[in-house]
Design a protein around this ligand. Structure first.
Ligand SMILES: Cc1cc2nc3c(=O)[nH]c(=O)nc-3n(C[C@H](O)[C@H](O)[C@H](O)COP(=O)(O)O)c2cc1C
Length: 171
């Protein structure tokens, strides 16, 4: 599969089958995150693999967007490790780094035949507390992960993308 074929084939999955995710597949997804670039190579992220029944019950209580996935990845920024821009105050790269990590996770999941969905609709502070994270670590994304349930198809929004003319400007 070419990169473009993979990028176009990935879509958000919000209903999962009961089939467990094999360890090798999960490892491949996590490895894709490990090789991702980060600002100054500071790698200020952590990935929590929520898969015990206790952890899954906890995350499902915190957000409706854990869906019925057998595994949920929670990606956090370790704030004290992130690169900050010394040319202008107030710009740090941790969330951007997580954006890249998350993209690698989703695309490798798709390559492995797994479904996933980027989730921002969860309460970061309550989630950090519920999982006992350090005060300096903030969860930025959740990624429910598993095999798509029978009959799952891309939602209509998967096909709705602005044209390059709307998105790209030349100077
Ligand atoms: C930063 C970000 C946050 C998102 N948060 C949620 C979410 O909380 N719940 C959800 O169901 N989908 C969420 N999505 C998925 C988007 O709705 C989805 O990617 C978009 O509609 C395009 O559809 P597609 O992924 O099938 O191509 C999120 C996606 C991104 C990139």
């Amino acid at each position: 599969m070419t990169f473009m074929e993979l990028a176009e084939a990935r879509y958000s999955v919000r209903k999962f089958s009961d089939k467990p995710v094999e360890k090798e597949k999960l490892d491949a997804v996590l490895e894709a995150a490990r090789v991702a670039p980060t600002a100054h190579n500071f790698q200020p992220f952590r990935i929590y693999v929520l898969k015990s029944s206790e952890a899954i019950a906890k995350i499902r209580k915190l957000t409706p967007c854990a869906f019925n996935a057998p595994v949920v990845l929670m990606v956090t920024v370790a704030e004290e490790e992130q690169w900050t821009n010394d040319l202008e105050k107030g710009f740090a790269a941790g969330q951007v780094d997580v954006g890249i990590i998350g993209t690698h996770l989703m695309l490798e999941a798709a390559e492995q035949g797994l479904g996933s969905c980027w989730v921002a609709h969860f309460p970061p502070r309550s989630t950090a507390e519920a999982f006992g994270l350090s005060r300096h670590e903030t969860p930025i994304m959740l990624l429910p992960l598993g095999y798509p349930a029978d009959g799952v198809v891309p939602s209509p929004s998967h096909a709705l993308r602005k044209s390059l003319g709307e998105l790209v400007k030349e100077f």
